[in-house]
Ligand binder design. Structure first.
Ligand code: OAD
Length: 233
């Protein structure tokens, strides 16, 4: 069976790289982007997740991130996040590269994490880049340094990815023996290029695998928490 073959692969690899997307956190109660209940089914990303949105319609930009930050306060990593952290502790996982900004991999205990789309848990000034407090952002206060608009340290559409994280992830992908791609639609460039950069075995675990079925050595259609629980050894 596919799951047994994958369990063997996980067991025998000492250089596994994990790439996660928003589907990793839906079972923690955080919506993803492109599912029926995802953010982009209700809001046009151009109105909230771009630098234009930030500079031209700050109120809507602010409301969107405020809701997402407040959602995090009620949520926590689930068993699946913890299983990945456990694999790292046992020397099996060398890197978790994530598009998620929620910090759940680190909260679950993963230490080798690259946040390719930044973090929603820290704040800076969009103009002068000075760090600012979460309270100031949530209270809609301007930058104390230059009066600029405060924003979370996430990557907005139109912005580049954090270069050091991107390069580390590419190198890890190239060297990986096994790559598990988990809970991402693979719609967003350049992260969707990463699975093609490895010579290792590739696996895709997602609720809907139809778009990428032929691109991976193994595809598993299912809920992440259940699948990871079945793989836990
Ligand atoms: P998407 O919402 O595009 O994709 C999430 C995928 O996870 C979908 O294919 C779902 O079917 C799947 N999924 C959801 N819950 C699942 C579960 N419990 N088990 C298994 N699969 C599940 O999210 P991303 O691919 O992460 O960027 O989106 C990439 C980027 O687009 C985000 O980082 C964000 C967004 O716009 C920016 O805002 C820059």
């Amino acid at each position: 069976m596919t799951i047994e073959r994958l369990r063997e692969w996980v067991q025998s690899s000492n250089n596994t790289v994990i790439l996660t997307g928003a589907g990793m956190s839906t079972e923690s109660g955080i919506p993803d982007f492109r599912s029926a209940s995802g953010w982009w089914n209700n809001i046009d990303p151009r109105t909230v997740a771009t630098t234009d949105a930030l500079t031209q319609n700050y109120s809507l930009f602010y409301e969107f991130y405020k809701i997402r930050i407040e959602n995090l306060e009620k949520a926590a990593p689930h068993e699946g996040h913890k299983i990945l952290a456990d694999w790292e502790k046992r020397g099996k996982v060398l890197l978790v590269a994530t598009q998620n900004v929620d910090g759940f991999h680190q909260l679950a205990g993963s230490q080798k994490v690259e946040e390719l789309h930044g973090s929603i848990r820290s704040i800076r000034c969009h103009r002068c880049q000075q760090a600012a407090s979460m309270d100031n952002f949530l209270n809609k206060v301007s930058c104390s340094h230059c009066g600029g608009k405060l924003r979370p340290n996430v990557v907005l559409f139109g912005e580049g990815l954090p270069q050091a994280s991107w390069h580390k992830t590419m190198e890890a992908m190239k060297a990986a023996e096994l790559v598990l791609v988990i809970g991402t639609s693979l719609e967003v460039y350049p992260v969707n290029q990463l699975p093609m950069m490895t010579r290792g075995k590739t696996v895709y675990i997602n609720l809907d695998i139809s778009q990428h079925a032929t691109q991976f050595d193994i595809t598993i259609e299912g809920k992440i928490k259940e699948v990871l629980q079945q793989l836990q050894v």
